[in-house]
Design a protein around this ligand. Structure first.
Ligand code: ADP
Ligand code: ASP
Ligand code: MG
Length: 465
C-alpha cells in the first residue's frame, strides 16, 4: 500500500472551484494507485472570522457575533449547495451545516452573557471551521466518484490540555491513527480529517496553534508511516523569500529537514514550525505543492539535501517581536543571574527567541504579548528594564554557510542602510539572524535577496521560472 497524506490549506478549499481542484488532485493520486489520507483546513479566513465572532461575543456584542456566524453559515451553505449535486447528499450536508451553526450560535450567546473568553472556549468556537470544512470536502470527493469518509480528527489527534497551542501525545496518536484510519484505507476509502483540531484525553476540543493543519498532516503521516506527506498550498513550494514581500523569489526545489524546520520556526508561514518533527522521526519526505499549479514539482524536504553553491536557501522574517533590555551592574561576575532572568520568562510561559549578553546587560527578544508589562515588572526586581515593540527578526537559512568565510560581511553590507539591533549566528550553524525595526523588514529582505540570489544554483533553485 502506497500511503500518502495530503494536507490542503485554507486557500485550497476557499470556494467551490478550489475544492473541485483539490478533489481532482486527490483523484489523480488514486488513479496513480496511491492511497491518500486527506487533511483539510477551514475555508480561507474562516478561522479569523470565528475568532472575531468570539471576541465580539466576549465584549457583549451578541448581535455582532451572531451576524458573523450568520454570514459564515451562508458561505458554507452556498459552497455545499454548489458542490453536492446529489439531492440526498446535499440535504444531509445542509442539515449538518445548520446543526453545527446552531450549536455555535448557542456558544456565542452563552459567551455574550458570561463575557469571559477562556482559551478552552476559544478552541471550541474556532474548531467549527475544520469540523465543517472536512464534511464539505468529503462530500465533494464523493461527488467526483471517490469513496471518501469524513473522520473526526478529535478521535485521532490527542493532545495535552494546553488549549490554543496543545502538544500532541505521540504514543496515543501512534495507536489511534492506524486503528481508526488504516481499516478505511484498506477498504479503498479516502479518509478526510479536519486539521488543526484535536482533543485532550477527557474529550475536550483543543487546537494545535494557528497554521496547525500542517502539523496534523505530519502527525498523521508519521503515525501511519506514510510514503510521503504532501502540504498543498497557494504557492509553488518553499521560496527563497515570502513571494508577497519579494516578487523575485525563486522556488527552492530541494531543502533539508533541518533547513525547513529552521525557516518555519523563524517565521516562514508556508509551514507550521512543528511540521517537520514527525517527518524527521520516521524519515518521511515532505513535499510542498501548489494546488493552483499542480503540475509544478514543488519543494522536496528530505533528510540530506544536495550541496548548494549559494550559501543560503531562503530568508524568513518573524514580525511583531519585542526587545527587552535588562541592565544591571550587579550582575558583573555573578553566577545564577541568567537563570533568575529565565525563570521569570518561564513563569509567564513566554518563549525567548534570541539572547545577547554583555558584562552588564542582557537583551532578549520575545513575541510581543500582553504579559510584557508584567514580565518587565518582575524583571525590574533584578535590574533596570526597558522594552520596545515593533521589531522583526530576519533569518537567513542555509547549510552551505558552514565553514564559508566572509558571509557575515556580505549580509551586513547588503543591508548597510538599515539599523541592526541584535545579531545571532552559530546557534544552529545553518542560520544567521538579526533584529531590526519591523518597518525596515520588507526592504531588508529585498536587499538581501538581490545580493544572495542573483546567481542561483540550478541544482537547488528553479531558475527557469
Ligand atoms: P495555507 O493556508 O495553505 O496553510 P499559508 O497562508 O499558511 O497557506 O502559507 C502560504 C503562504 O506562506 C504563502 O502564500 C506565502 O505568502 C507565505 N510564505 C512566507 N514565506 C514563504 C516562503 N519562504 N516560501 C513560500 N511561501 C512563503
Ligand atoms: N485554520 C487554521 C488557521 O487558520 C489552521 C490552518 O489553516 O492550518 O490557523
Ligand atoms: Mg498554513
Amino acid at each position: 500500500m502506497s500511503l500518502v497524506v495530503m494536507k490542503f490549506g485554507g486557500t485550497s478549499v476557499e470556494d467551490p472551484a478550489a475544492i473541485q481542484r483539490t478533489a481532482a488532485i486527490v483523484a489523480g493520486r488514486v488513479a496513480m494507485g496511491k492511497s491518500p489520507v486527506v487533511v483539510v483546513s477551514a475555508l480561507a479566513k474562516v478561522t479569523d472570522q470565528l475568532l472575531r465572532a468570539a471576541a465580539a461575543a466576549a465584549n457583549g456584542d451578541r448581535t455582532g457575533a451572531l451576524a458573523i456566524s450568520s454570514r459564515l453559515r451562508a458561505r458554507h451553505r452556498d459552497t455545499a449547495c454548489e458542490l453536492a449535486k446529489n439531492p440526498v447528499e446535499s440535504s444531509a450536508l445542509i442539515d449538518l451545516i445548520d446543526k453545527r451553526f446552531d450549536a455555535l450560535d448557542e456558544v456565542l450567546r452563552g459567551l455574550s452573557a458570561i463575557l469571559e473568553l477562556t482559551p478552552r472556549i476559544s478552541d471550541l468556537i474556532v474548531s467549527y471551521g475544520e469540523r465543517i470544512s472536512s464534511h464539505i470536502v468529503a462530500a465533494a470527493f464523493r461527488e467526483l466518484g471517490m469513496n471518501a469518509v469524513r473522520v473526526d480528527a478529535r478521535e485521532v489527534i490527542i493532545t495535552d490540555s494546553e488549549f490554543q497551542k496543545a502538544a500532541p501525545k505521540d504514543d496515543i496518536i501512534e495507536k489511534r491513527a492506524p486503528e481508526r484510519l488504516l481499516p478505511l484505507v484498506r477498504e479503498g476509502k479516502v479518509p478526510v480529517l479536519g486539521g488543526f483540531i484535536a482533543s485532550n484525553e477527557a474529550g475536550l476540543t483543543t487546537t494545535l496553534g494557528r497554521g496547525g493543519s500542517d502539523f496534523t498532516g505530519a502527525l498523521v503521516g508519521g503515525a501511519l508511516n506514510a510514503e510521503t506527506i504532501e502540504i498543498w498550498t497557494d504557492v509553488d513550494g518553499i521560496m527563497t523569500a515570502d513571494p508577497r514581500v519579494c516578487p523575485d523569489a525563486l522556488r527552492v526545489k530541494v531543502i533539508s529537514f533541518e533547513e525547513a524546520a529552521e525557516l518555519a520556526y523563524f517565521g516562514a508561514k508556508v509551514l507550521h514550525p512543528a511540521t517537520i518533527l514527525p517527518a524527521v522521526k520516521k524519515n518521511i519526505p515532505v513535499l510542498v505543492l501548489n494546488s493552483r499549479n499542480a503540475a509544478c514539482e514543488g519543494t522536496r524536504i528530505i533528510s540530506v539535501a544536495p550541496h548548494c553553491k549559494s550559501p543560503f536557501k531562503s530568508i524568513a522574517v518573524k514580525k511583531k517581536l519585542s526587545i527587552i533590555d535588562i541592565v544591571a551592574s550587579r550582575m558583573l561576575m555573578t553566577h545564577g543571574y541568567l537563570s533568575k532572568v529565565f525563570a521569570i520568562f518561564d513563569k509567564h510561559r513566554c518563549p525567548v527567541d534570541m539572547v545577547s549578553t554583555s558584562e552588564v546587560s542582557v537583551s532578549l527578544t520575545v513575541d510581543s504579548n500582553s504579559s510584557l508589562p508584567e514580565i518587565a515588572a518582575d524583571l525590574s526586581t533584578l535590574a533596570d528594564v526597558t522594552y520596545e515593540g515593533k521589531k522583526a527578526l530576519v533569518c537567513m537559512v542555509g547549510e552551505d554557510i558552514r565553514g564559508q568565510n566572509g558571509i557575515a560581511a556580505q549580509v551586513f553590507n547588503a543591508i548597510r542602510h538599515i539599523n541592526v539591533r541584535m545579531i545571532s549566528q552559530g546557534a544552529s550553524e545553518i542560520n544567521m539572524s538579526f533584529m531590526i525595526d519591523e518597518d525596515d523588514a520588507d526592504e531588508a529582505v529585498r536587499s538581501l535577496h538581490a545580493a544572495f540570489f542573483k546567481d542561483p544554483d540550478p541544482v537547488v533553485f528553479d531558475v527557469e521560472a
